[in-house]
Design a protein around this ligand. Structure first.
Ligand code: P70
Length: 461
């Protein structure tokens, strides 16, 4: 165990900086209107503190940048591929690696290989791209997360847990033959960055084994989940993040990973599995849709930086502690001011409870979308809607899905911003919160059919 410090001070110092600039309120009002009140359509030049996502926005280390220069760009058999394979085997414990351009590339392959039309795919809450690929393959997503996950202000240490009774009911109702796998997400993004416990994962794996249902992790944020297990679950306080990540993966048959998060790189991802036969079929698809099996969708330098990032994320526990510590710092500042947000504070960002903040805006006027825009106008801080717009329409009825969670996510990039940036962000959220009565609803002027949140446009009602 490393020496424990009182606070979570960053376990690194800054060697290179990127200037950011503050704009005027007038400039931002025009910018957000031009962007159709959708933060995905803003230019980053118009953004001051960018909390749109923690995806692909990490700062790489000097060691990773050095790896970029050493990347082996061979079309076949790249040295960097083997470094990545060793890193995945050592840290995640899966023998077979299928590298992809990012997480959704892995989701695409896994869904196409395992899901037959009419199959049911249970998951501990949906993720947008994951569910898209499940449905695209003809599957029907079934939410089996515990009820508490849908209740923003209810404190539960493991809101990401699978509700085993819901899972059992699904098995009883449709039969195990109709369930190609269960998709278990670590540190559930849409629930607010909430972990599942080791005990729950172990029990889920046990139940699934009984019925021969594979457990496929979305291990995109396994490190953050491991940190919460270390902090909150009895018996894990003296285990390292590295040991906990390995144990998490031991209760699964494979995983998809978007390397743009935990893995500390700007692009990349992979599918990793235990079964050679499944891996062989995945590689056959990989060469059709991504690239040769020893690079998938990545360049050699991407794979080299990724291999190093995978080691770095677990080499010391200080990394996870500082990463989550910074998120908690921002969250606690907001809680102190009485701003409603998802509790406990999650691993990768703060999730404002837009339904509670803007009760005067009905859900079909997109309160979280409106709050995201208002925040941007106030300070140039960019967040992301995670509510009715993100949830999309039910393919059967064509109506909005009206999710229980109507949230604005402020995701914190890893190793990028300082505590002072968190202070400025908190001041702005509090300011908007105090003036919340002035925020009004929105309506669509353009609504894409699939994954509509990315490119939708709105106007003020
Ligand atoms: C985010 C990003 C990506 C992601 C994820 C989980 C748990 C898979 C993926 C896909 C980017 C994003 C994606 C869709 C909507 C909004 C934002 N999450 N699983 O910001 O991975 O992006 O590499 O294809 O969080 O949360 P990738």
């Amino acid at each position: 165990m490393e020496q424990r410090r009182r606070s979570w001070a960053e376990p690194y110092k800054i060697k290179m900086v990127e200037p950011i600039k503050m704009t005027t309120r007038e400039h931002r009002e025009k910018a957000i209107a031009d962007a159709g009140f959708n933060s995905f359509l803003l230019r980053s030049d118009d953004v001051y503190i960018d909390l749109l996502t923690d995806s692909g926005t990490s700062a790489m280390s000097d060691n990773q940048w050095a790896g970029m220069m050493l990347g082996d760009e061979a079309y076949a058999g790249s040295k960097s591929y083997y470094h990545l394979e060793e890193a995945v085997q050592e840290v995640y414990g899966y023998p077979e690696l299928i590298p992809t351009h990012q997480g959704r590339g892995a989701e695409h392959i896994l869904s196409q290989l395992l899901i037959k039309p009419g199959d049911y795919v249970p998951g501990n809450m949906y993720f947008t791209t994951t569910r898209f690929h499940q449905e695209h393959a003809g599957g029907i997503f079934v939410d089996v997360i515990i009820d508490e996950a849908h209740m923003p202000s209810v404190e539960h240490p493991f809101k990401g847990n699978v509700d085993l009774a819901k899972l059992q009911r699904l098995i009883d109702d449709v039969g195990a033959d109709q369930i190609p796998y269960i998709s278990v997400e670590t540190n559930v993004n849409m629930a607010g960055g909430q972990p599942l416990s080791m005990a729950n994962l172990r029990a889920t794996y046990g139940l699934c084994k009984k019925y021969d249902i594979p457990v496929m992790l979305d291990a995109t944020r396994a490190v953050e989940n491991a940190y919460f297990i270390q902090q909150r679950e009895g018996g894990y306080e003296d285990r390292s993040i590295k040991e906990i990540v390995a144990e998490i993966c031991s209760y699964s048959d494979g995983a998809t990973v978007s390397s743009k998060k935990d893995n500390l790189v700007n692009i990349g991802g992979f599918l990793a599995v235990r079964d050679l036969e499944l891996a062989t079929r995945a590689r056959a698809m990989l060469v059709q849709f991504e690239g040769l099996h020893t690079y998938g969708g990545m360049s050699g330098r991407d794979m080299e930086a990724l291999a190093r990032g995978i080691h770095e994320m677990v080499d010391t526990d200080d990394h996870a502690r500082a990463r989550v510590g910074q998120v908690e710092y921002l969250g606690n500042a907001l809680l102190k001011a009485g701003v409603p947000l998802v509790q406990p504070i999650g691993g990768h960002g703060i999730f404002l409870d837009a339904a509670a903040i803007l009760p005067h805006i009905p859900q079909d006027q997109f309160p979280a979308q409106a709050l995201t825009a208002a925040l941007y106008v106030d300070s140039g801080v960019r967040g992301m809607e995670r509510g009715n717009v993100s949830a999309g329409r039910n393919p059967e009825t064509g109506d909005h899905r009206y999710p229980k969670l109507e949230l604005v996510r402020m995701a914190i990039p890893r190793r990028v911003y300082t505590q002072a940036h968190m202070d400025v962000t908190a001041e702005s959220v509090v300011e908007v919160y105090e003036n919340r009565a002035r925020v009004g609803g929105l309506k669509f002027t353009y609504e894409p059919q699939e994954l509509r949140f990315f490119q939708a446009r709105f106007e003020k009602i």
